[in-house]
Design a protein around this ligand. Structure first.
Ligand SMILES: Cc1ncc(COP(=O)(O)O)c(C=O)c1O
Length: 451
């Protein structure tokens, strides 16, 4: 193995047990991780336990966590109320087969948070939560094509693993980008059922959607695009999307898997005041347990109800799993308290603004793209508002910053330059200040190396 780069040295020195564990497990588990995204060079660390905003790894390092389970842990890890409720539910029973009473209470909270959700069905992951509404939309409209944004990630099913990352030889003009399967094993013909538009670029989006309107069942959108990093909607983009899809009779699906109960209690649809036809939720909605779901306009959701002329299939052994619903319900009740999202945004603002400030003080060019507690740091001297804007960010500098900080006990999120990180209600001012100090040191080194 090549010796670690200077900015990896501290991480490597402090994670000997993780390294040994990785060497062992990768013989049985591809890459030694349980999801491709979890792997990063030179090797990932392994976690023993978590509490509040911290993780403890195999080597006993205490790590300030801004990955937060890749989004769900907005209350921090192991919130006492969630732990208590889950333990009590385990004593009452974990799997009923018949639907549990509490599911109704949960759906009522979701309906109050997002009034566009007139009816709702449970699922177990964000992947399922986007797969089902796409099928419902096809049934409702009698059309087959789906429009999705380039770079956007909606989970691991074949219809949305399209144009997530586009090899340079397949990159087309932004108003004529063909769908390209993301990775091997996806039937090529599925790409024919996709139209690809560029998020945050209204003229090109309008052109793509209008051109394909006759065939489009749905437009699916991450209302804050987190696939490829973090891109916050500009210039009423979502309202324009709403107006156009309505005019053209296309179902508008908000994938609020990441934004739901994070950018506002009522998700991006509350924050940007736009009502989609259907919505997918997961992550925060399950309070750290496997809970997801989708819902929306009654007449569309009724496609699921069995009828003589047929219906849309929706099922799942673990749907509305009582332990997950309990965790989700307890989490949402805590989050629904007045003033919560002011605090969420304040903590997020301290970190994201703080990062911009310390980078500027060190003369390092960064663009921080964030909304509330969700964001990404790009090494660039330009504004980054679209997935294509992020093509020429400096990924080496990002890796340098990320690994330097990780070596000092700060885990800046999903471990890739084209991902994102989060804050939780459990991060204290001291946690944030310390993370900023550590970042400052990384920026100092980066500035020194570039001079
Ligand atoms: C916006 C969005 N949609 C869907 C998914 C898929 O969710 P899951 O990993 O629970 O299948 C993710 C996961 O990161 C996501 O960020």
């Amino acid at each position: 193995m090549t010796p670690p780069a200077s900015y990896e040295k501290e991480y490597v020195a402090k994670t000997k047990k993780s390294k040994a564990h990785w060497e062992k497990v990768r013989r049985l588990i591809p890459s030694g991780v349980d999801s491709n995204v979890r792997f990063f060079e030179p090797y990932p660390f392994y976690v023993k336990r978590a509490k509040g905003p911290y993780l403890w790894d195999l080597d006993g390092n205490k790590i300030v966590d801004y990955a937060l389970g890749y989004g769900p842990m907005i209350l921090g890890h192991n919130h006492p109320a969630v732990v208590k409720a889950v333990k009590e539910q385990v004593d009452r029973g974990t799997m009923f087969g018949a639907s549990a009473e509490m599911a109704y209470e949960y759906v009522n909270i979701v309906h109050k948070a997002m009034s566009s959700i007139e009816m709702f069905r449970f699922a177990n992951s964000g992947t399922e939560a986007t797969m089902h509404p796409l099928r419902v939309a096809r049934a409702y409209t009698g059309k087959e094509k789906i429009a999705k944004a380039e770079g956007s990630y909606h989970g691991g099913h074949d219809y949305v693993l399209q144009a997530v990352d586009i090899p340079s030889d397949k990159l087309g003009p932004k108003n004529m980008q063909p769908a390209v399967p993301f990775g091997k094993g996806i039937p090529k013909r599925i790409s024919d059922l996709l139209a690809i538009y560029p998020f945050n670029d209204w003229p090109a989006t309008e052109e793509v959607i209008t051109k394909n309107a006759d065939e489009l069942a749905a437009v699916i959108v991450e209302p804050v695009q987190a696939g490829g990093g973090c891109f916050v909607p500009r210039d009423n983009y979502l309202k324009k999307l709403r107006r156009l899809t309505k005019e053209l009779g296309i179902v508008l699906i908000f994938d609020e898997v990441l934004t739901g109960f994070r950018v506002a209690f009522g998700g991006a649809q509350e924050r940007y005041d736009v009502k989609p036809d259907l919505t997918a939720i997961a992550k925060v909605a399950g309070g750290g347990y496997q809970l997801a779901g989708f819902g929306g306009r009654k007449e569309i959701m009724e496609e699921i109800i069995p009828k003589d002329e047929g219906n849309v299939y929706h099922g799942g052994t673990y749907n509305a799993h009582p332990v997950s619903v309990t965790a989700g319900l307890t989490t949402l009740k805590i989050l629904s308290k007045p003033g919560t999202y002011k605090r969420v945004d304040k903590i997020g603002g301290s970190l994201f603004r703080g990062l911009a400030d310390v980078a500027a003080d060190r003369g390092v060019d960064v663009w921080i793209e964030s909304v509330g507690s969700l964001g990404q740091l790009y090494f660039t001297d330009k504004e980054v508002s679209t997935w294509r804007d992020a093509f020429d960010i400096d990924r080496e500098k990002w890796k340098h910053w990320f690994m330097h900080c990780l070596g000092r006990g700060t885990f800046f999120g999903v471990p890739h330059a084209d991902e994102h990180f989060f804050t939780s209600l459990a991060h204290s001012e001291d946690d944030i200040s310390r993370s900023l100090e550590i970042s400052d040191d990384a920026f100092r080194l980066i500035a020194k190396e570039s001079s």
